[in-house]
Design a protein around this ligand. Structure first.
Ligand SMILES: [Zn+2]
Length: 218
């Protein structure tokens, strides 16, 4: 089991506290937070009870006992969008965890990407979790786009892995090994797209139809 202690720095401790683990905590002799070597100690019975043990200040060598409580996770109001649909959820983070726009993480069966962070009405790119008043995310699972390649009288099936918002257009080139193909038409859940240049997001595509381009040798 992995426990995390949230201090100035996040230290990840797996299962037990090995000797020589260094934690940051207040040293009364130094009067500030300093690195401490763990002489003995253990994680409490529950993850919330944190760390208890004997530590030695690296700076002044004073030995004292330390009890470092775990900080409770914070629950952040979040809006998760999936294409045109969106859903409100609460997502838990460690209070001091750094949250950034663009970051991806796996949560409840989906890969999510953070698109926006709000702190008291202001949009920011990065924040500690405990300061965040609202979070916007999108479902960012890769999708498998089916491609039918017409080669004379035969049709071959291939697949392309793409981000859900990756755009495909008639006229785009794709490569499968040595084969270069050009997209001829795109079938979506609602229609067939023939027009060159109109882009379709991968999540909407049912199948891409492509033609093999004859390789020229010069
Ligand atoms: Zn000290």
């Amino acid at each position: 089991m992995n426990y995390m202690i949230h201090l100035n720095k996040r230290i990840i401790v797996s299962g037990f506290m090995p000797e020589a683990t260094v934690i940051f905590t207040l040293c009364e002799s130094c009067g500030e937070e300093t690195p401490h070597r763990v002489l003995r100690g253990k994680m409490g019975a529950t993850p919330e009870s944190g760390f208890e043990g004997t530590v030695q200040c690296v700076t002044c060598k004073t030995i004292h006992s330390a009890h470092i409580p775990m900080e409770k996770p914070v629950s952040i109001h979040s809006v998760i969008s999936n294409g045109e649909l969106s859903e409100r959820k609460n997502i838990e983070f460690g209070p001091l965890e750094e949250v950034r726009v663009g970051e991806e993480f796996f949560w409840e069966d989906h890969n999510l990407q953070i698109t926006s962070i709000e702190i008291g009405g202001k949009r920011v790119n990065i924040s500690k979790a405990r300061e965040i008043s609202g979070l916007w995310l999108k479902i960012f699972d890769t999708v498998s786009v089916k491609v039918s390649i017409v080669r004379g009288p035969n049709t071959k099936s291939e697949k392309v892995e793409a981000a859900p918002d990756e755009e495909f257009a008639v006229g785009d080139m794709l490569e499968f090994g040595k084969d270069k193909v050009v997209i001829d038409k795109i079938k979506t859940t609602r229609r067939m797209v023939y027009r060159e240049g109109s882009t379709i997001e991968a999540r909407e595509i049912t199948r891409v139809y492509a033609k093999l381009i004859k390789e020229r040798t010069y």
